[in-house]
Design a protein around this ligand. Structure first.
Ligand code: PXL
Length: 277
């Protein structure tokens, strides 16, 4: 069997453990060759730091992937994360068109916001563009905030009632033809996890709830989910592995009093992740 290969379209935030600095090590640990398409380089991510350096790399996205196309490279998955502009979303749609085949899973993490707010630099026009990218996906992995923006639903704080989550999934299923893994789902004070909609029914996968919001956990979730899913786990098992990986990483960070903006100590949990695959 050939080694699996993923294209990861995301930024490099050089400090702060998110996007490609998470995706590359986690997917490599899963045994998957990961080819990055960096969308931007930043000194830090934009969540909680000021004065960061940001260099847009849009002009390189199509030349990099066009070269790969000319080499007839094939990918088992295309994974898109943080995209810095409408043009970049359009480029990702073109890349999906160029590389898609029956064997290519398109996984869109519609990175746009958290805690009820859009990240710096995003607006409603971008949300509309992200909606159209979700249409091209086999799987989307929004958090509750992103699900609310994508579906024009009022944001609520956890714990949620089941009806609210059912409505979000129902609305998301209208903008995405694929499967949905909705993160940040919690129905009580003690547990938190993800809702998995496989096209027919929704199932919930929970672990302990930890009250602080650590930065980068969405990317830790998406990368470990994709690594497990592309390694052959079912969508439910891959979600279980990712939910547990995120909680393990948060606990490891909390144990060392890690700053919530500095990302989570996922490195100390990689051994266990590998053991689950
Ligand atoms: O983790 C999401 C993310 C990725 N990349 C950049 C970000 C953020 C969230 O703030 O700023 C640059």
């Amino acid at each position: 069997m050939k080694q699996k290969r993923i294209m990861a379209i995301n930024d490099i935030s050089c400090f702060g453990k998110c996007s490609l600095t998470v995706a590359l090590p986690v997917l490599s640990a899963c045994g998957i060759e990961t080819c990055p398409v960096p969308t931007a380089i930043l000194s830090t991510h934009t969540g909680g730091f000021s004065g960061y350096h940001f260099k847009d790399l849009s002009e390189h996205i199509m030349p990099v992937t066009n070269h790969w196309k000319s080499m007839n490279l094939e990918f088992d998955a295309i994974y898109s994360g943080y995209l810095g502009s409408i043009k970049q979303v359009e480029d990702v749609k073109a890349i999906i068109d160029n590389f898609s085949s029956d064997k290519t899973e398109v996984i869109v993490d519609p990175v746009m916001g958290d805690s009820g707010r859009l990240y710096a630099g995003f607006d409603y026009e971008f949300v509309g563009e992200m909606q159209s990218l979700c249409k091209c996906a086999d799987v989307i992995t929004p958090n509750i905030t992103e699900a609310c923006f994508l579906t024009d639903t009022q944001y609520k704080e956890a714990p949620f009632d089941k009806e609210y989550i059912d409505i979000l999934i129902e609305k998301l299923s209208k903008i995405c033809n694929g499967k949905i893994v909705l993160t940040g789902v919690s129905f009580d004070e003690k547990t938190m996890g993800a809702a998995v909609y496989d096209g027919e029914k929704t199932e919930y996968i929970f672990n302990e709830k930890i009250n602080e919001t650590y930065h980068g956990t969405g990317d830790v979730f998406a990368s470990s989910f994709i690594g497990s899913y592309i390694s052959g786990k079912t969508i439910h098992n891959a979600t279980r592995i990712a939910v547990d990986f995120v909680i393990d990483a948060i606990k490891a960070t909390k144990a060392l009093d890690g700053d919530i903006h500095y990302g989570v100590n996922f490195e100390s949990c990689i051994q266990k992740l590998i053991g689950e695959l």
